[in-house]
Write a protein that binds this ligand. Structure first.
Ligand code: OOG
Ligand code: NI
Length: 421
């Protein structure tokens, strides 16, 4: 039998092969990442694996998908449970600048042993079609109608996922079928795009068009993990790949790496077929898929995170100077201020790696995918946000609790300390 973690590893690897075939720049990104990681390991053999073994880091990816309705979100949860991935965290991107009409969670393993085996995670967003700040009643009605007529996930795929979750794995033939079908649903479709409908949605939001303007879904980026993101950024730029202008998240500084630093290259023009109002089909192009890379650091406690958010508010360009003055500059200091999570085994302290996302960085990542470079959504009728899109309502759509990331880190820290004396 192929156990759940084996299914997850194969799924991450199969998606990576598929994305590399479809988006060649992704392959360049993965190759350069591997070179940077090898060089970093050679230069810092004692510390390079402090936040994860090189085998974990080499296989590590996150992807992102976007769906249109609570029912689709529910199916996503069924599918990912078959790979041992559960919803963690709630992100409301409607509050971002510019606002994006989605609420999101990330599906990932929650158990530390499972994370160590393969930490594959998928940032998953759901369109908020009833939010009047983006969609008027008429557009919402047509959009909901369009979305209710499509099926993203075949029944056979969902039943294999349920079986894997119930039995803790699948036999070999079923395992192969499951991984192949799950990978295929995230390929870019070659169905002609109804260009009138797509452009109408695009006027509201490029993300709305990407989700609700087509009859399928696709993975919109896949992100390898790098040990030195500044080095990676420089090497990609040297190869002539235009990266976004900065690395998101904490600055490069002399203190410990915390949370998450990410950078990306802009969505690439890809050939697509367009169905025109007169029924004819022509060739065109859309920019929806891009490349991203990330470096992970230590998970912060709520107070550590508050300090991080505060520094980012004070200095949005997030320069090193402020950090040198205000942020705990060593693991000892982080621990002393109760600002980060650690495990303690036989008196040895080890940092817990941050496994989640950052809403401000996510908003920046969304931006890198937009044709125009900015989303045009405006607060059409401020204050009137339609249905409530809270963590609870997203959990209800998903049909299971959304884990609180802090709770997971805190539990891991506590368990490592052993039973109370
Ligand atoms: C998701 C953007 C969020 C990240 O790494 O912060 C994300 C999307 O573009 O759909 O992947
Ligand atoms: Ni991402």
């Amino acid at each position: 039998m192929a156990e759940i973690h084996e299914l997850r590893s194969r799924f991450a690897a199969a998606l990576s092969r598929m994305y590399g075939r479809e988006v060649p720049e992704y392959t360049t990104l993965v190759d350069v990442t591997a070179q940077v990681n090898a060089d970093h390991l050679a230069a810092h053999p004692d510390t390079a694996q402090r936040l994860g073994s090189i085998s974990r880091v080499t296989a590590e990816r996150h992807g992102a998908i976007r769906v249109g309705t609570p029912a689709e979100m529910h199916d996503v949860a069924v599918l990912f449970a078959g790979f041992g991935m559960y919803p963690v965290g709630f992100y409301d991107l409607r509050d971002a600048t510019p606002p994006v009409p989605v609420v999101s969670t990330a599906f990932r393993p929650v158990d530390p042993d499972e994370l160590a085996r393969n930490p594959f995670r998928v940032f998953t967003s759901m369109l908020t079609t009833s939010d009047r700040r983006f969609f008027d009643a008429d557009l919402q009605r047509r959009l909901d109608g369009f979305l209710s007529r499509r099926r993203l996930f075949p029944d056979v795929l969902l039943s294999l996922a349920r079986r894997a979750a119930d039995d803790g794995g699948l036999d070999e033939p079923q395992a192969q079928r499951f991984v192949a079908l799950a990978t295929a649903v995230f390929e870019l479709s070659h169905e002609p795009v109804d260009v009138g409908w797509y452009r109408e949605l695009e006027k509201v939001s490029a993300v709305a068009a990407d989700i609700g303007g087509v009859t399928s879904t696709h993975i919109n980026h896949l992100t390898p993990r790098v040990l030195d993101i500044d080095d990676l950024y420089a090497r990609m730029s040297a190869r002539g790949i235009a990266m976004i202008d900065r690395i998101q998240g904490p600055p490069r500084w002399d203190g410990p790496a915390v949370l998450l630093r990410q950078t990306s290259f802009r969505a690439l023009a890809e050939p697509r077929r367009f169905a025109l109002p007169d029924g004819s089909v022509t060739d065109g192009e859309l920019r929806v898929r891009f490349g991203e890379v990330e470096a992970r650091g230590i998970a912060l406690t709520p107070s550590g995170r508050e300090l991080y958010d505060d520094l980012l508010d004070t200095d949005p360009s997030n320069t090193k100077g402020l950090w040198d003055r205000r942020f705990p500059a060593s693991e000892d200091e982080l621990e002393k201020h109760d600002a980060a999570y650690f495990t303690y085994h036989a008196g040895v302290r080890e940092p817990i790696v941050y496994e989640d996302f950052l809403p401000k960085s996510a908003a920046g990542i969304f931006r890198s995918n937009l044709d125009t470079g900015t989303d045009t959504a405006t607060a059409a009728s401020a204050g009137e946000s339609g249905t409530d899109f809270s963590r609870a309502s997203l959990a209800a759509a998903i049909g299971r609790d959304i884990h609180d990331p802090y709770e997971l880190y805190r539990r891991q820290q506590e368990q490592s300390r052993g039973p109370e004396q």
